[in-house]
Write a protein that binds this ligand. Structure first.
Ligand code: GLC
Length: 615
């Protein structure tokens, strides 16, 4: 496994190789290196013909039977095409990118970690580095070289649909993790990508791709700060945010990209746009491309419009709107990353030692994920010592997320928006399967067994306690927003419903309004005299005052991933709770146009850092 140097990208030996190659490639090949189509819209032959520098898989865009071997075969075809040198094409290895943001979770059988918000609750930077290494091994097993992780967002409003991708509302916690996850990934052979530059988690009202309205001092303190340790750790790529800062799109923000990130902070890798991120920058596509390139973006995620991008950018260069020097700088950065990451020295994906690695989804890897689950759980209530549960007791387990490995994984899992049910999550354990393994007197009612519809109240008279697992369905990005449906939003072409159609998850953080079946079940069981332990599976804090009041015990489990058994490890006392809230927990919906201002946090029921212990 090639270990990536944590030192500066611009090592002198690399610099010489880059300049030598740069001097030999054509303008067409330079622009090709700056272009990143999505796999469904480009063939290996086109990769060679248009000198494409990178290809990506969007969430859920998986080859063949979606096993590591299928991914290796796909990547081998792309890589081989990129290396077929002839009179028109110099061999430059292709970089393949995926969203392995909580394990290589697109791929069937992968180890799927808790999403970042749960890792933030764990408060364990060493664990984060180990997760990075395991994730890198499972990315390499698929023959992939680059992950669009870590997300360094500082989520300031739980109404944001990407809150779960943030480690914390506290930039110091995000900063404590940033360098560790970058080292974990890159020292195990995968290029990391710090994202989304910058202020993605600070938009007014938590609107995804919205506007972060604040002065520069607050932007630097709150949202730029976590990137410093990531750069110090040698992160090789940075992705630009689809959001805006004070009304100006980050994708056209020369000051933030060229002056601050590359100039003042000395970032030596390359900057990649986000998906169709240049679309809203200008009405004319060529103008948008020119503005984004001149702002300092080096590679462009243009999944379907890549041909138009190439043609448009070439025309802008020929017209002198984009200086050749800027193109050369962009390509030099891309080549530097490919050299520094060892991509030029690696064999074809099919021949790499890590490809199809047997550790993929292994027990060793899953043990790390199960440890992460244990450490991520936050105990919010434990009335009458209902926890820890007795392994010999008669436990009724129910609720829609009790036996649903898909729900417990959340978004960016097998599909972009995630999946429900157990069929698509190959390996791992549901929360119920973890309980059943340690408590012989436990019985599942509803919640995936099909015996009773979710939301019905089972007969609990013969039980000592009940575990009710409730929460959110999986979602990703703007489809997870809590807000009124917005009419049109540019730059969201890939959302279901077509360009600009954005259907949020709901318009309130109140669980009782979003999923009333949860409260009905909790109250119905409590009314039968059985103490209820509620386990909340969600991508964020929700307003759960009524559910809390009706429960004896209440656990925030976030999105635990494939190893649901980690929940039972703590419910039954094999391990104590260590998790602390990475975000303050609201007691009511933030009011006002910004939903309680930019942060939406003036309504905390539990403060950031809160968490009970059993002992
Ligand atoms: C998405 C996300 C970004 C992701 C990219 C590729 O729109 O904003 O985080 O890495 O597209 O899937």
């Amino acid at each position: 496994m090639t270990s990536l140097p944590a030192t500066a990208v611009r090592a002198s030996a690399v610099e010489e190789r880059v300049q030598e190659l740069l001097a030999r490639i054509s303008l067409d090949q330079k622009i090709g290196q700056m272009t990143q189509p999505e796999r469904l819209h480009v063939s290996p032959a086109e990769v060679k013909r248009f000198h494409i520098g990178s290809v990506l898989s969007g969430g859920g865009s998986c080859p063949g039977d979606n096993r590591p071997a299928d991914w290796v075969a796909m990547n081998d075809a792309y890589w081989t095409a990129s290396m077929e040198e002839d009179a028109d094409h110099l061999a430059i290895p292709l970089l393949y990118g995926v969203d392995a943001i909580h394990g290589n979770a697109n791929v069937l059988g992968a180890t799927i970690f808790p999403h970042n918000i749960g890792l933030g609750a764990a408060g364990d930077p060493g664990l984060i580095e180990r997760i990075g290494r395991v994730t890198a091994r499972e990315v390499c097993a698929a023959g992939v070289d680059w992950t669009f992780a870590p997300t360094l967002a500082v989520a300031r409003n739980p109404c944001w649909g990407r809150t779960y991708e943030s480690y914390s509302e506290d930039p110091t916690l995000v900063a404590r993790y940033a360098g560790r996850i970058v080292r974990g990934l890159q020292e195990a052979g995968v290029v990391a990508c710090a994202k989304h530059w910058v202020g993605d988690g600070g938009t007014v009202g938590g609107v995804d791709q919205g506007d972060t309205v604040m002065g520069e001092e607050e932007l630097r303190r709150m949202h730029i700060a976590p990137y410093v340790p990531a750069l110090e750790a040698g992160v090789l790529t940075v992705m630009v945010s689809l959001s805006s800062w004070n009304g100006e799109k980050c994708h056209a923000h020369r000051y933030l990209i060229q002056d601050v990130l590359k100039g003042e902070m000395g970032f030596g890798g390359f900057v990649v746009s986000d998906w169709d991120g240049i679309d809203p920058v200008a009405d004319d596509y060529g103008d948008a491309a020119a503005m984004a390139v001149n702002a300092g973006i080096d590679m462009f995620m243009v999944p379907e419009t890549w041909r138009a991008f190439i043609a448009g950018l070439k025309e802008q260069v020929e017209r002198g709107v984009v200086p050749v020097g800027r193109i050369d700088d962009a390509v030099a950065r891309i080549l530097q990353v490919k050299f520094a990451s060892g991509l030029f020295d690696r064999p074809r994906p099919w021949a790499r030692r890590g490809s199809n690695g047997s550790a993929f989804g292994s027990g060793e890897h899953r043990a790390v994920a199960r440890e992460a689950v244990r450490k991520s759980l936050v105990l919010l209530k434990n009335e009458g010592g209902v926890l820890p549960l007795d392994k010999g007791a008669r436990i009724l387990v129910t609720g829609p997320a009790a036996h649903d490995r898909g729900r417990q994984c959340g978004g960016f899992t097998v599909e972009w928006q995630g999946v429900t049910g157990n069929a698509a999550i190959d390996g791992g354990t549901s929360i119920w399967e973890g309980i059943r393994a340690v408590a012989p007197g436990a019985v599942l009612r509803g919640g995936g067994d099909g015996a009773t519809p979710a939301g019905d109240v089972p007969d609990a008279r013969d039980f000592d306690a009940a575990v009710v697992v409730v929460g959110e369905r999986p979602y990703a990005e703007g489809l997870g927003d809590i807000r009124e449906p917005s009419p049109v939003r540019a730059g969201t072409n890939h959302l279901p419903g077509g360009p600009g159609v954005l259907q949020p998850y709901g318009n309130t953080l109140k669980l009782a309004a979003l999923h009333p079946e949860a409260l009905r079940t909790i109250r119905g069981l409590t009314a039968q005299g059985v103490p209820v332990v509620t386990v909340l599976v969600s991508g964020r804090p929700l307003v759960v005052n009524e559910e809390l009041a009706a429960s004896a015990g209440f656990v925030a489990a976030w999105l635990p991933g494939s190893e649901g058994a980690g929940v039972a490890d703590v419910l039954f006392g094999d391990y104590d709770f260590v998790g602390r809230l990475p975000m303050s927990w609201p007691g009511k919906m933030p009011e006002g146009p910004g939903r309680g201002g930019r942060s939406g946090r003036g309504t905390a029921l539990f403060p950031h850092g809160y968490g009970l212990r059993l002992l």
